[in-house]
Ligand binder design. Sequence first.
Ligand SMILES: Cc1ncc(COP(=O)(O)O)c(C=O)c1O
Length: 418
Amino acid sequence: MISELPFDKLKIDSILGKHPTPFHIYDEKGIIENAKRFNRAFGILPGFKNYFAVKALPNPFIMKILKEENMGMDCSSMSELILAEKTGIKGEDIMFSSNDTPSEELVKAVELGAIINLDDITHIEFLEKCAGIPEVICFRYNPGGLKRGNSIIGNPTEAKYGFTREQIIEGYKLARQKGAKKFGLHTMVISNELDKNYFIETADIIFDLVLEVHDKLGIELDFVNLGGGIGIPYRPDQVAVNYDELAKGIYESYKSKILANGLELKIFMECGRVITGPYGYLITEVIHMKNTYKKYVGCDASMSNLMRPAMYGAYHHITVLGKEKEVADFCCDVTGSLCENNDKFAIDRMLPKINVGDLLVIHDTGAHGHSMGFNYNGKLRSAELLLRKDGSVVEIRRTETVDDYFRTLDFNLLEKFK
Ligand SMILES: Cc1ncc(COP(=O)(O)O)c(C=O)c1O
């Protein structure tokens, strides 16, 4: 289902003088209302906390809004840890879930007091050597053939992430010997999944493993982190996951497996997409119309602003601003300017008749949108704007300039270079 836009053409026209296209604009009211609904639903789970996956939308202004809504931060790199720190988030409000991790990132995470979630059994000694074993430690479980995964995250048996079941047991034993006192168990095996039963099955698998750890080692786990991966309805015919039903399903599993065996633990998640995804929009102007073997609508944005359609063939709904009520009888490919033929936001999309100068709204760019941007072809990263609750617009990241782009080059050295 495609939700109504939080702005109209008049509003966007009024900001274009100050904020030229392309830009991403995020809807603060939508994000806050959704975060409250999410926390209300999952609040039935013991000690529930969502660690927002910073990689989805690594903007400290958005992170500050989510902090106010009691979210922690799931970080996976030095820059994301620093963003959390700058936003005033530290200690166990940070979960550091990285893979193939360099030692300096573990050192920083330990320094911030973050919960460290290790990706491999060999990382226990690696962590011990570089930063010491903290009191709280968590391991990422890869359930292998027990889950099917999907095209974004891969089939678990082929995916590079996590410990095997046997390694999880060995890992807790080893970490306990080395001084860890509190233990967590994490998994993340799906991305952009709309079937709530998938997550309930994952909870079943994780809770069974909690029981196995208790039986084999006598360890009572402090928490489980069921990962992120809740999908959003990018297509008009898709339906959003019902938070209440999913929370109840996880609780039932918790009750029958954990409570029934006399145990208790906290339940965490690290959703990104479902928290901010539907509340971001990429605004781009049509600068060329091309008619060859197909009809092409050429935009001033490119896949460097939004990679998902080119990378995954992902659908993003497109609205032509001011033409919302017009008949969609024009079939076209909506393209960007990269020297890559897959630089298309849409293929064979039916839209209303389009003219140069029209503004397109590309929906659902609030997660894994701007953050997946890049500089290929020397393209500059766009600005990020926030539509505030009171209707005002604030620039929360400026557009990159050519000077930013060239900052890593030394042109003085070039002059002398022969
Ligand atoms: C370890 C981990 N946690 C959480 C997420 C967030 O996923 P989503 O934004 O789909 O909820 C990701 C996504 O790549 C991830 O790799």
